[in-house]
Write a protein that binds this ligand. Structure first.
Ligand code: FAD
Ligand code: MG
Length: 345
């Protein structure tokens, strides 16, 4: 079984991306650290950039501690341990993110399902020992996946999972939330130009100091040939969030098993897409939507995105065809050197 070094995969594009868009008039400060199982790169301009970036790093650590299921402690672990037994009091932010997750589960008709945890654990794609699940193990776990089994008690700020064994997993949305928090912190320090990349979730504040938008490269999901990017978008005050089958996966007998699970089948989503990038004001929304659209596939995914105001998307299919929503037609810069890829405009 082959497991890709996700750290390298994420870092290389980040370093190149910095070269791509570093402003001319003012040098940015940079910070790189590791949290939430991924590399986090920040770039900020202004007098308080260093302080702000340190505060962001601290804040991401706090969010991880509250919301992780990959390490002991934290509210989500407590909620999961009490599944089928009792309601658990949550901090306002965890409660809100859980509520938001349920909204996205409804909106995507269950393609995004924050109770996917039992299957994510059993597949173990993010671990050193991933396994291919037999049909009978999947059918035992599938009844535990149902966001409708999360009961929220707004007045008490508490939540309860209906059945024992149910597991909330915020892996598809919490990095997005961390990105929105980073932007809030940059602003609170008077910063008007900054960039953060949390393992493929990019969020930018303002334009670059020279007044130009940030040019964010979209990773080539197959990385074959020389070209690391299939294209780029120019953005200001936006999140650019990608979900793909190329960051966390293993292969066996020529089949790729990746980390985005279709809640209907219990298997890695096989919707014909290999990556989806969402561009939206809210990084939290973009994160949930990228996971949802990846599961839904091109047609249903595009329908979902097109009903949302100010949200755009780039879809890449297994056949290496690239589709964008209408609002991106004049902004997606296709890399014509990306081997085998075709932009269907
Ligand atoms: P996304 O598409 O945004 O999300 C995919 C992730 O969402 C999956 O990994 C799974 O967790 C979940 N998911 C899968 N299918 C669905 C679905 N249908 N609906 C909803 N959610 C789904 N990784 C580590 O290796 N070690 C760690 O210690 C670690 N700690 C973390 C702590 C936190 C708080 C968070 C948010 C993430 C952490 N991660 C860790 C990373 C995590 O395991 C995921 O790999 C990562 O969040 C996936 O993000 P993505 O952008 O690649 O994909
Ligand atoms: Mg996501």
């Amino acid at each position: 079984m082959k497991k890709r070094n996700s750290l390298l995969v994420i870092m290389v594009p980040v370093l190149l991306a910095i070269a791509y868009f570093a402003g001319k008039s003012q040098m940015p400060l940079e910070k790189e650290h590791f949290r939430m199982g991924t590399v986090i790169n920040q770039l900020a301009y202004g007098r308080h950039a260093k302080k702000a970036m340190n505060e962001v790093a601290k804040r991401i650590y706090e969010i991880e501690s509250l919301m992780t299921i990959n390490a002991p402690g934290g509210e989500i672990n407590i909620l999961n341990d009490a599944a089928g037994k009792e309601a658990v009091r949550l901090s306002p932010e965890t409660f809100k993110l859980l509520e938001k997750s349920i909204n996205f589960s409804e909106l995507s008709r269950g393609a995004f399902d924050v109770t996917i945890g039992p299957l994510v654990r059993e597949w173990g794609i993010h671990t050193e020992n991933p396994r291919i699940l037999e049909e009978n193990s999947i059918s035992k776990l599938l009844p535990l996946v149902n966001y409708r089994d999360i009961h929220l008690f707004k007045e008490q700020l508490s939540a309860k999972l209906e059945k024992s064994g149910q597991v909330v997993d915020l892996g598809g949305i919490a990095k997005g939330y961390a990105g929105d928090e980073a932007i809030r912190i940059y602003k609170s320090h008077g910063i008007s130009s900054a960039y953060i990349n949390i393992g493929g979730n990019v969020v930018v504040l303002g334009n670059k100091p020279n007044g130009e938008p940030w040019r964010i490269a979209i990773t080539n999901p197959r990385m074959m040939g020389q070209e690391r990017y299939i294209g780029a978008v120019d953005v200001k005050d936006n999140a650019v969030v990608t979900s793909g089958d190329y960051e966390r996966y293993f292969e066996k007998d020529g089949i790729r098993y990746h980390h985005i699970i279709d809640p209907k089948t219990g298997e890695p989503a096989d919707s014909g897409l290999i990556s989806v990038t969402i561009i939206a004001k809210s990084s939290t929304d973009a994160d949930a939507l990228s996971t949802a659209a990846f599961v839904l596939g091109l047609d249903k995914g595009k329908q979902l995105i097109e009903i949302m105001a100010n949200v755009e998307a780039i879809f890449v299919t297994k056949d290496k065809e690239i589709y964008t929503t209408d609002g991106l037609k004049n902004n997606f810069i296709f890399n014509t050197d990306a081997e085998g890829f075709k932009y269907i405009n």
